[in-house]
Write a protein that binds this ligand. Sequence first.
Ligand code: VGL
Ligand code: ZN
Length: 181
Amino acid sequence: MEALIVVDMQRDFMPGGALPVPEGDSIIPRCNEYIRMFREKGALIVATRDWHPENHISFRERGGPWPKHCVQNTPGAEFVVDLPEDAVIVSKAQEPDREAYSGFEGTELAAILKEKGIKRVYICGVATEYCVKATALDAVKHGFETYLLLDAVKGINPEDEEKALKELEEKGVKLLSSALS
Ligand code: VGL
Ligand code: ZN
């Protein structure tokens, strides 16, 4: 069994949002294609979302690195991709005093995947060097065969993105230029 994990494709990470990934919107059509393609193959579709409380520790008001973004139940936290009704939504970084970049951190994601007999995961979304990277590394740690869909990820900073891809490859993530069939 396979799963597609779509990482943080939310309004605040798109141009015009609170914490935009440059050209983040350019991968929306690709992500939607993958969602459709994997769904048709019978794969589990998982969408992670950054789901912060108003006073999250990562926000500048609290000395963190980021402008306020993806606050729970605000328009900025909404998904910008088309998800099937049976998609599994995984909310992360909900605790005020803890940052969590990985979709596995402080969530039920590993348990859900194992319970469904998933062995292989494909990952797309934003941002490559933050939440995508952390999610992919954790996927490997949890024993999943992990593929990154290079034509459906986007980073904030090109140099950091390049470094992240190298590290992912070294740690066992398989980089796929594309999986579109
Ligand atoms: C992310 C920065 C802050 C991400 C989330 O989804 O990559 N980046 N919060
Ligand atoms: Zn965040």
